[in-house]
Design a protein around this ligand. Structure first.
Ligand SMILES: [Fe+2]
Length: 308
């Protein structure tokens, strides 16, 4: 969309834009409405030089709807300033697990709508975040595959994704972390093709948490999903952002997958992640129709460990 309220520089991909000329901490209603439209169009917006406080980040995210949870640190630095680089530490495992492509909170009964993510401390190199466009991926499929996918559902679980990647937390970190998302409900069952509730466009809903397609045996399902993920997450449908302190990113979790990338964990990195709750009318799992999500404030303690 065209607007004279801020500048939009599209990325070299099927999605995404860098937005400048706007202050997210004080954006007025007309500019916010234009920004919301821009978000739906591009799905990923990157805002350099915002330097949002935690409160400002949460307030901005709340303009898109209720929060699944307020800003939490995604960091290899603990609350006492110690760098966590032991591969066996649960925090390190969670960060490493995030390096697989995924949509946030598909393992919960209510999938996330989107996220605001900001950079406070960045390593000298590495640690980029990647996004992948599942609308473009769906549109790139041949019609027979699209038709086949149309009726399929898969389960989503952190037990599957973290277990398969070898990063299952063991609560051995000594910090008494709660494990967000490792719930004992039935794993969430979701369609492989999700119609975006605001654009009406179909998107693949896949990623590392998805497994166990209904009607396939485990090996067949895993091979099928691996092939789908691999094909989906290729240029021009991917973009990686190399962070500068003060950057903010906003993405649409209903359309995009994302992932972290490795960095030298002897260097500190601290990112802040605010997760916007999905709309129960469109983001509830097929097998949890009556679920009512408590707010993150209720379910999370100071030491809750988020595996994304
Ligand atoms: Fe994530």
């Amino acid at each position: 969309m065209a607007t004279d309220l801020f500048e939009i520089e599209p990325l070299d991909a099927t999605f995404g834009a860098v937005v400048t000329g706007v202050e997210l901490r004080s954006i007025d209603e007309p500019a916010f409405e234009a920004l919301h439209e821009t978000w739906l169009e591009y799905a990923l917006l990157i805002f350099p030089g915002q330097f949002l406080s935690i409160a400002e980040q949460n307030a901005f995210a709340r303009r898109f709807g209720p929060l699944e949870f307020e800003a939490v640190a995604f960091s290899n630095v603990d609350s006492e300033g110690r760098i966590l680089d032991d591969p066996g530490h649960d925090v390190v495992k969670s960060l490493r697990g995030n390096e697989g492509w995924h949509h946030d909170s598909t393992y919960m009964p209510l999938q996330a709508k989107g996220s605001v993510f900001t950079a406070e401390v960045v390593p000298s190199r590495g640690g980029a975040t990647g996004w992948a466009d599942m609308r473009a991926a769906y549109e790139a499929l041949d019609s027979a595959t699209r038709k086949r996918l149309g009726g399929l559902q898969a389960y989503h679980s952190l037990y599957y994704s973290q277990g398969r990647s070898g990063y299952m937390p063991t609560k051995n970190s000594g910090g008494g972390y709660d494990m967000y998302g490792f719930h004992d409900l039935e794993p969430s069952l979701r369609p492989l093709v999700k119609v975006h509730p605001e654009t009406g466009r179909p998107n693949l809903l896949i990623g590392r948490h998805a497994y166990g397609i209904v009607g396939m045996d485990d090996d067949e399902s895993e091979a099928f999903l691996d092939g789908l993920n691999d094909e989906a997450c290729r240029p021009p449908r991917i973009h990686h952002h190399h962070w500068t302190v003060g950057d903010a990113a906003l993405w649409d979790n209903r359309r995009l997958m994302h992932r972290g990338t490795p960095f030298d964990m002897t260097e500190p990195r601290r990112m802040w992640h605010t997760r916007i709750a999905g709309d129960p009318a469109s983001e509830l799992a097929d097998n949890h129709p009556g679920f009512e999500q408590r707010s993150g404030v209720d379910v999370m303690g100071e030491d809750t460990l988020i595996v994304s």
